[in-house]
Ligand binder design. Sequence first.
Ligand SMILES: O=C(O)[C@H](O)COP(=O)(O)O
Length: 204
Amino acid sequence: MPGVLVLVRHGQSEWNLKNLFTGWKNPDITEQGEQEAQKTGQMLKSKNVHFDEAFTSDLKRAQHTTDIILSILGQGHIPITRSQALNERDYGDLAGLNKDDARKKWGEDQVHIWRRSYDVPPPGGESLKDTVARVLPYYIQNILPKVMQGKNILIGAHGNSLRALVMVLDRLTPEQITKLEIGTGEPFLYKLRNDTTVEKKETF
Ligand SMILES: O=C(O)[C@H](O)COP(=O)(O)O
């Protein structure tokens, strides 16, 4: 029987707090972000989830969040694999800019298209489609086989690298994915079938 797959977005980062496009930049989480991660850890504890392995990105905010969740669960000893493949969408030239200033400069609609559309990349950066193209092979090659072996897996990652994965797991269309927002520290718990499709998704 497949194990459970839990996806968690990192807690609030210093740049989320400052309302800056972040992408591959590497700020840590704030005190509020730590609390969000602790709360997620408590929720998973109440569900009695015992992880066998965790995966996270190359970026501090996702790694720190993953460490906090595992320590709340008393599972800090499990193997954690870090990969750039799970990094946030590369925001290119927008990284470091204030999101409201960007709206003033390029207009609400254009900024929304860069942030939420499926296939329009921000200048010099990755579209969600590009992000799917790196997240999905990594998931299929490195994570899915473990879930299929019955291992319970935690993925601590980012708003858009997780939107990429959720799009595939939930079979969302490019139109539907534009509406999906994932909050900081927000977890999703998936139970998969033997054919790798989703049997059940729990949100908290
Ligand atoms: O990289 C960022 O700026 C955020 O983590 C996610 O940004 P978004 O809400 O614009 O997708």
